[in-house]
Design a protein around this ligand. Sequence first.
Ligand SMILES: [Zn+2]
Length: 44
Amino acid sequence: MFRCIRCGEPLPSDSNLFGVRCDNCGAKIFSKEHPNVKKTLKAR
Ligand SMILES: [Zn+2]
């Protein structure tokens, strides 16, 4: 999933990033976002 770096608006997951603009602010820069970013620490 991608997210606009300016306003944080998420893009649809299968959108092609070529020529895509953020609907909210018009920015063209997006960052990848991992849905499961939870870090689990295993004590061993
Ligand atoms: Zn935006």
